[in-house]
Write a protein that binds this ligand. Sequence first.
Ligand code: PRT
Ligand code: MG
Length: 216
Amino acid sequence: MSQITIALSKGRIFEETVPLLQAAGIVPAEDPESSRKLIIGTNRDDVRLIIVRASDVPTYVENGGADLGIAGKDVLYEHGGVGLYQPLDLQIARCKMMVAVREGYDYTAVARPGARLKVATKYTKIAREHFAAKGMHVDLIKLYGSMELAPLVGLADAIVDLVSTGGTLRANHLVAVEEIMPISSRLVINQASLKLKRSQIQPIIDAFAGAVTPGK
Ligand code: PRT
Ligand code: MG
C-alpha cells in the first residue's frame, strides 16, 4: 500500500477535522497544538498528517507534497485552486467574508459606481473582484494580519476580512456593512494522487462525505 499524506493547518481546521478523520478510521497519534512535529503519524500505517500554514495547504497538495488537504474557500479562492480536485464542501470552519468600516463611517454614501475607496486586506483577489463588480475603484493595501487596525489609524477606509462571531470587529469599533461570500472549508485532492491511489483515497472521501453536518 502506498503512503497517503493529508495536509492540515493547526487550530480551528484541525479541531473540526478530527471527527471527520475518525469517521474514516484515522486517529492522529499526537495533538499538533502541543507537539512541535510537522509530520504526525496516525493509527493507520498508510496515513500520515502534515501540519502547514492554512494558506500553504493548496500549494502542498497541488505540488504533490500532500495527496489530500483541507482549506478554506478564502484560501482556495486567493490561490486559484488550479490543479486541485475539490470533491467536497466539509461545512467546517464556517464564517463570512465581509466588508467592514469604522463605526459612524457612512459606507452607503460611498458604495456606488465610480466612487473611490481605500481597502486594506489579506484577500486582494476577492476584494478586487467584489468592488469591480460594484463599479467602484479601490486602492488595495495588502496586509498579512490584524486588518482591523487599518481603518482605526487612517490606513484604509474599509477592510475585507473574515468574520465569525463578530467579536473582533466589536472590540475595535468596526461594523460589517456588506457580505461578500459565505466561507467554509473544502477537501482538496492532488489529481495524480487520485488516479494512482484511488483505492485508498475514495474510501476517505466517502467517509468524510458521510460525516459532513450539512449547513451546521
Ligand atoms: O493564522 P494564520 O496566519 O496561520 O493563518 P490563517 O488565519 O489563514 O489560519 P486560521 O487557522 O486562523 O484559519 C484557517 C481558516 O479558518 C481560514 O482560512 C478560514 O477559512 C477559516 N475561518 C473561520 C477563519 C475564521 N473563521 C475567523 N474568524 N479564519 C480567520 N478568522 C479570523 C478573522 O480573520 C478575524 O481576524 O478571526 C477574526 C474574527 O473572528 P470573530 O469571531 O471575532 O468574528
Ligand atoms: Mg488566523
